[in-house]
Structures are given as structure tokens and as C-alpha cells.
Design a protein around this ligand. Structure first.
Ligand code: C5P
Length: 221
């Protein structure tokens, strides 16, 4: 790891996975543990940054020195990210954000009715936070990093996604059975909008985090 090369910088990291409620007791969610986002927060703090960690439904110990903002849904995550990004030098979106949420929230618990087919669940689109913070940037020169999990054609799909989202870097990892979710280790390629390609060999999530901060620090100059 580098020295305090992020001293004086404010970095914002989203971690975990959103939960989109159907009623007071049920939600649509995902398997993101938040470990990669927490590793990003710990390593950024170790490199001297002021860290805002926006944590969606995680159950991990608060990283020392980070300002932790707990959120539940994608809409809440968006509010917290936009607020924190206003004075941030870098924003890293490591959270798994639900693309869709139930169109209707039932104020009371949804009951099963005897002799009746279950009601279908109608979904509506969530805002794409990464795309929104990428254009326009809250501050000129702000570095924005996204994450993407792909199952096939990892590099081609990653390049297309980087362009679509408009961020500076996209960390692409291959997911499949036994890979990435909840694991202690990760393997990825960091794609840069400038065409760069930085492979990160299989290893601890801290190592991938440090590679991300190397690229961010270099870009910030
Ligand atoms: O489009 P996809 O979900 O694969 O993109 C993943 C990246 O976009 C992640 O960085 C994730 O945090 C971000 N994202 C977002 N808002 C969404 C969906 C994904 O910011 N609604």
C-alpha cells in the first residue's frame, strides 16, 4: 500500500446491497455482503482520506475513522450519495443497487387468501445512481468509480457499461458459482475511460481496494 497519498481528500464509498420493501416484513434484496466496500473504506482511511461510507444493509464492524451512513433502499442510497458527493474528491459505487423496486408498498403485511392465486408483483425502475453522479460531476475533476459483475464476455460488456455509465473507472469481476459474493477474495480488471486496463489477480479484497485507490490518487494528481 502507498503512504498517505489520499490525505486531505474526501472519498465516498457505497457498500452492501439495497433492500426494496414489499410490506413491513418483506423485501427484494441481493447477496452483497459489503466486504469489498468496507475494504475500500479501511484502505482509504489508512491512506489518509476522510471517508464517508454509505452502508446498505451490512452487518460488518464500522471501519475505524470512517463516517458511516446506514441506508436501506436504492432511493435512500441515492439521497445519501448525492449529499456526500457534493464535496467529494472521489466516489466509489461498490454497493449492489437493485435495478427495480416494487411499484406498491403495502402498509400492512400482505396476507395469503385461501383458494386464491398469489398476486403478481409489479416492479418499477430505480434511479441509476452511478450514471447520475457521473454526468454532470458534483465537482470538476471528481473521480467516479463503478463496479460491475459479469458472467460472460467480461471485458466487452465492461467496456460497454463503462461508456454507458460515464464513470472514470469500472471494476469488472467475473461472477458465477463460488465466485465473489460473500467471499474474502476477489479477482478483477479495472477498466479506465482512457482505455487503460489494470488486471488485479485473485487475492484479498484489500488488494483490489488498494489498486482502485492507486488509480484514483494518480488521476487526482
Ligand atoms: O448496471 P449495473 O447494475 O451492472 O451497474 C453496476 C454499477 O452501477 C455499480 O457500481 C452499482 O453500484 C451502480 N448502480 C447504481 N444504481 C443502480 C444500479 C447500479 O448506482 N440503480
Amino acid at each position: 500500500a502507498a503512504g498517505p497519498d489520499l490525505a486531505g481528500r474526501h472519498v465516498v464509498i457505497s457498500a452492501g446491497g439495497t433492500r426494496e420493501p414489499l410490506d413491513p416484513v418483506r423485501f427484494l434484496g441481493n447477496r452483497s455482503s459489503g466486504k469489498q466496500g468496507y475494504a475500500l473504506a479501511r484502505t482509504a482511511a489508512a491512506r489518509g482520506a476522510r471517508v464517508t461510507l454509505i452502508a446498505a444493509n451490512t452487518s460488518l464492524p464500522d471501519p475505524a475513522g470512517a463516517d458511516v451512513v446506514p441506508v436501506g433502499t436504492a432511493v435512500e442510497l441515492r439521497e445519501a450519495v448525492l449529499r456526500a458527493a457534493a464535496d467529494a474528491d472521489a466516489v466509489v459505487m461498490a454497493a449492489a443497487v437493485a435495478d427495480f423496486r416494487p411499484a406498491v408498498y403495502a402498509a400492512g403485511k400482505i396476507k395469503k387468501k385461501d383458494d386464491q392465486e398469489p398476486e403478481p408483483i409489479t416492479l418499477v425502475r430505480n434511479p441509476d445512481i452511478l450514471a447520475e453522479i457521473s454526468a454532470p460531476r458534483a465537482r470538476p475533476g471528481q473521480v467516479v468509480v463503478g463496479f460491475a459483475a459479469e458472467t460472460d464476455d467480461v471485458l466487452a460488456n465492461g467496456r460497454a457499461k463503462l461508456k454507458r455509465k460515464g464513470c472514470d473507472f469500472l471494476v469488472v469481476n467475473e461472477v458465477g458459482e463460488r465466485k465473489t459474493f460473500g467471499a474474502e477474495e476477489n479477482e478483477a480488471v479495472v477498466l479506465g475511460a482512457d482505455g487503460s486496463e489494470t488486471p488485479v489477480p485473485h487475492g484479498p479484497k484489500e488488494a483490489l481496494a488498494d489498486t482502485v485507490w492507486d488509480l484514483v490518487a494518480e488521476r487526482l494528481g
